[in-house]
Design a protein around this ligand. Sequence first.
Ligand code: NAD
Length: 249
Amino acid sequence: MAERNLLVTGASRGIGAAVAVRAAEAGWDVAVHCRHERDSAERVAAAVRALGRRAIVVQADVADESQIVAMFAAVDAGLGRLHGLVNNAGVVDVAARVEEMTAERLSRMWAINLSGSVLCAREAIRRMGRSHGGPGGAIVNLSSAAARVGSPGLYLDYSMSKAAIDHFTTGLAREVAADGLRVNAVRPGIIDTDIHATSGHAGRLAAATPLIPMARLGTADEVAHAVVWLLSDAAAYVTGALLDVSGGR
Ligand code: NAD
């Protein structure tokens, strides 16, 4: 492809930031999305530019449809035609059993982790799909190893949202294959990022580590390499795949 423009959601830190930088190394120009953390996103964009690629920063709450639509318009204007989307933005709430969960908590979880990914995919398909006059492209969704095993007593709502992402990935892959679009998901195990600190799970990591066959947490970079491969032409015949990056967990 002559031009390769990528939008990475939640790219101000963690896995999203690593994807933005590794994608730039692989030749992608990158729209670095953030919700609030503009300064951090600008630092990621600077790292992309230092690799000789173009970068812009876009902001949106992915729980808000109108903000998603405006974000994609900003990508059109600032970067040009899109060729790739990484649905990375996501949240995990504080540990709770189902009998403690509220409708407000559940609505927020579905809105960010599920509807946000579906609506971003919708906007990307409208730009990348050949039936829309687009060049084709690739979507990678961030699922979780928790989608397979559930997370009883911790955050069953989160693992349910990621199981739905798996289902969305395999279904959408078949829906848009004839449109020149590939759709895959990466399922990280326990990755050393701030998501654990902000959700109060940091203390659990030490206890969880011995249960990982490779006996260590993963890094954001290790997930990013898998995402960038799935985006690339090297994965041209891969669609509907759910790729575990979990140290064997
Ligand atoms: P992180 O908390 O560092 O990053 C998540 C990003 O999503 C942040 O930049 C945050 O600002 C953004 N975000 C959250 N809510 C948003 C909203 N409403 N609108 C826009 N952006 C929003 O976490 P991470 O570990 O880098 O996780 C990235 C993805 O990987 C998430 O989807 C997460 O569920 C998934 N994942 C992480 C792990 C892990 O152990 N770290 C494991 C499996 C899956």
